[in-house]
Design a protein around this ligand. Structure first.
Ligand SMILES: C[S@@+](CC[C@H](N)C(=O)[O-])C[C@H]1O[C@@H](n2cnc3c(N)ncnc32)[C@H](O)[C@@H]1O
Length: 325
């Protein structure tokens, strides 16, 4: 039994100041300015062309939050800030936090959205800010590299020759799958802006011969060719159910007999009250997409059944479902 919530917990949940302090510091790129040295507030403010008094308050709070160090009158990065929050660091994750910061005003309209049911946005980030979306994919790629290998092994794709990765992003999964199965070739289908990032990753992996990039909009364009396996990973929560059903049906038409579709997403359980992270993510999707939502595995199964897939099974609770043609 989870312990009962205390009043202190309620206050903790309702307290977002530290979140916004961190997101603002990342958006202002304070940590890159502090890289490799110790500086006074005035030095940092001058480099950033910002107000020194306000910056000092922000940096004081970052010290209290253990993200910056403070000695005498000088501020410096902690090792974790140097590693993950300095632009240009191979482990930089700031793009993801900048994305969260850019979505702040959408969250500010949550009350209005709940009153009206209307989202404050009409497009998602990959359409409105393709460059930021692409940068975020580089962070997701780094975080997802290990999971791509695990997924490839888990799916047992021996003998499979052609894979379609719908909305394949940076190519994380296509690359991991091709590495795991030497006979496999893959097509990553994605928006043209995104594929600029994908191209760089595929080249870096030395897989340009085996990973093809197809630019397009999966709502409007057809996929080239037919495939033995198709993956839809983290793309279905951006649209409504009927749109997803149509997309699943489109994928079905591009699979060989016996081909498999794997859908990996952030699904809710039947009650829609867990997993906890996904229940909050569903609200995030509510205010950051026009028609998106988090679905249940049963809804995904329904799209697959309607399209004609059989042997539809949940491979991982609230995370992955697969069906065969
Ligand atoms: C959250 S990312 C998932 C990337 C990848 N599948 C993964 O699991 O890491 C969503 C991807 O869908 C792509 N996307 C969104 N709308 C699209 C559309 N209408 N047509 C093609 N790709 C789209 C985005 O560019 C982005 O690469």
């Amino acid at each position: 039994m989870p312990r009962e919530l205390s009043l202190a917990d309620i206050f903790q949940i309702g307290y977002y100041w530290e979140t916004k302090i961190l997101l603002t510091a990342v958006s202002l790129d304070v940590f890159s300015v502090l890289q490799g040295g110790a500086f006074t507030v005035n030095q940092v403010a001058e480099k950033m062309s910002v107000n020194a008094r306000a910056l000092e308050l922000l940096m004081n709070a970052l010290v209290a939050m253990r993200i910056l160090n403070h000695s005498g009158k000088e501020f410096s990065n902690t090792p974790v800030a140097d590693k993950h929050l300095v632009k240009g660091s191979p482990d930089y994750v700031g793009h993801l936090l900048v994305l969260h910061d850019s979505e702040w005003n959408h969250w500010g309209q949550l009350e209005e959205t709940v009153r009206t049911g209307r989202s404050p946005v009409s497009q998602h980030v990959f359409e409105t800010q393709p460059e930021l979306g692409a940068h975020v994919l580089t962070v997701l790629d780094r975080i997802g590299r290990g999971s791509g290998i695990g997924l490839a092994q888990r799916l047992q794709l021996h003998g499979v020759e052609r894979m379609l990765d719908v909305g394949g992003g940076a190519g994380t999964n296509a690359i991991a799958f091709c590495r795991a199965y030497p006979e496999l070739t893959a097509t990553v289908f994605d928006l043209p802006q995104t594929l600029k990032v994908t191209k760089a990753y595929v080249e870096k992996a030395g897989l340009s011969e085996r990973v093809t990039l197809q630019a397009g909009n999966f709502h409007q364009d057809e996929f080239d060719g037919v495939y033995d396996v198709a993956l839809m990973s983290d793309i279905l929560h951006y649209q409504d159910g009927p749109t997803n059903a149509a997309l699943v049906e489109k994928v079905y038409r591009h699979l060989n007999e016996g081909g498999r579709l794997i859908i990996k997403d952030r699904f809710l359980d039947r009650e829609r009250t867990s997993p906890a992270w996904t229940t909050a993510f569903a609200v995030h999707i509510l205010v950051n997409t026009e028609h998106g939502q988090c679905f249940t595995i049963d809804e995904a199964r329904q799209w697959m059944d309607q399209a004609g897939f059989h042997h539809v099974e949940e491979l991982e609770p609230c995370a992955m479902v697969q069906g065969s043609k």
